[in-house]
Write a protein that binds this ligand. Structure first.
Ligand SMILES: *Cc1c(COP(=O)(O)O)cnc(C)c1O
Length: 384
């Protein structure tokens, strides 16, 4: 089956008892047990729930995995993966990755004796250097948020597996439509389904897909033991969003490309970070491992310009954190999403006040560009 067909006719898409063409929402905690030890597969919804199971099989099929688990948020999914590690283990992670991932590693997993080393994963030599005998995980975001740095998934899988480490890839920015890390040797793929998969800014959800049955079993054991599960209703909302993933992504990606090319021509703009332009260091790698540039881009204003008017005068654009929704979102990462990093860290990484991140939604590109144009002109006036 081709990708768009899989989105519509996914496992569990129909009710096998009634023929209903939408997955039933099993809003239930417990299941009747007929005689001791003779329960149906289901006994308690923390352990397994039919609606959640449908979502898990759905994402598993799209990513080509051996099993999946759904969580109450992307951070719960990430934390479940990191829970595979033990005290004394080390994680090598992409520097500048999502602020929440950085925070949970730095503030919580470190307290459990799991250390993290943040490196420029675009450079395989730097990763190789950082991997030590106690490294058990390499955690990668590609493209990274918000600097759109590209990491070679296949190279890093080889490096991780040369040691005893798992390669974990946060695939939130691409979605399985554009990038399937398991095909390139990753062991675990993680999604904040809050973003492109859900796609409508109306649900928080996280997903993990494992490359082999053993890992899938381990993640599901953590899901059951720690209990950070999503509700059946939320799972249904995510599945409802996923049906239109391809049409939304195609459209949003087109708009992102149009905006990126328009920004490149603007005198106010110093730099546009987007894999579709052929100007990023990792463009070739991205082109190789992904089927498109995606719908998120960042740009930097020329030094003397202050981007506040772009945020303050946004109306078609929504000034907000998050991304991947039907509405276009404009974010200032240094003030909004990357606050867990210290000012010095942000400066070093280049997540500075002049950086703006855009997530293209489904509005008319002309309206989005018109508003950016007004905003950029106001940035001029502000600087004068
Ligand atoms: C939003 C996001 C997360 C966290 O997901 P939540 O659903 O907000 O918990 C993790 N990684 C990336 C790349 C994200 O954009």
């Amino acid at each position: 089956m081709k990708f768009p067909t899989k989105l519509i006719h996914h496992p569990g898409a129909e009710c096998e008892h009634t023929g209903a063409v939408s997955t039933p929402i099993y809003q239930v905690s417990t299941f009747r047990q007929r005689g001791t030890g003779a329960s149906s597969h289901y006994d308690y919804s923390r352990t397994d729930n039919p609606t959640r199971g449908a979502l898990e099989q759905f994402i598993n099929e799209l990513e080509g995995g051996a099993g999946a688990a759904a969580f109450g948020s992307g951070m719960a999914a990430i934390s479940a993966c990191l829970t595979l590690l033990d005290a004394g283990d080390q994680v090598v992670a992409t520097e500048g990755l999502y602020g929440g991932t950085y925070r949970v590693l730095r503030d919580y997993f470190s307290a459990l004796g799991i250390t993290s080393t943040f490196v420029d994963t675009t450079n395989p030599e730097a990763v190789e250097e950082a991997i030590r005998p106690e490294t058990r995980a390499v955690f990668v975001e590609t493209p990274s948020n918000p600097l759109m740095k590209i990491t070679d998934i296949e190279r890093l899988a080889a490096l991780a597996h040369a040691g005893e480490a798992l390669l974990m890839v946060d695939n939130t920015f691409m979605s399985p439509y554009l990038q399937r890390p398991l095909e390139r040797g990753a062991d675990l793929v993680i999604h904040s389904a809050t973003k492109f998969l859900g796609g409508h800014s109306d649900v928080i959800n996280g997903l993990v897909v494992a490359s082999n049955g053993g890992l899938a079993k381990d993640i599901r054991a953590i899901q059951n033991a720690m209990g950070a599960i999503p509700s059946p209703m939320d799972c249904w909302i995510v599945m409802r969003g996923m049906k239109t993933l391809q049409v939304r992504m195609d459209r949003a990606q087109n708009t992102a490309g149009t905006i990126a090319r328009w920004l490149v021509e603007r005198a106010e703009v110093k730099e546009v970070l987007y894999p579709g332009l052929g100007t990023l260091k990792g463009d070739g790698v991205h082109h190789d491992q992904a089927d498109g540039p995606g719908a998120v881009l960042s740009f930097r204003l020329r030094d003397e310009l202050i981007p506040s008017p772009l945020m303050e005068n946004a109306s078609v654009w929504t000034p907000a954190v998050s991304l991947g929704g039907v509405e276009s979102i404009i974010t200032r990462p240094s003030r909004m999403t990357h606050l867990p990093y210290s000012q010095d860290e942000r400066q070093r990484l280049g997540i500075t006040d002049d950086l703006i991140r855009l997530s293209a939604g489904l509005e008319a590109p002309e309206d989005l560009i018109e508003e950016l144009e007004c905003g950029l002109e106001l940035c001029h006036e502000g600087a004068r």
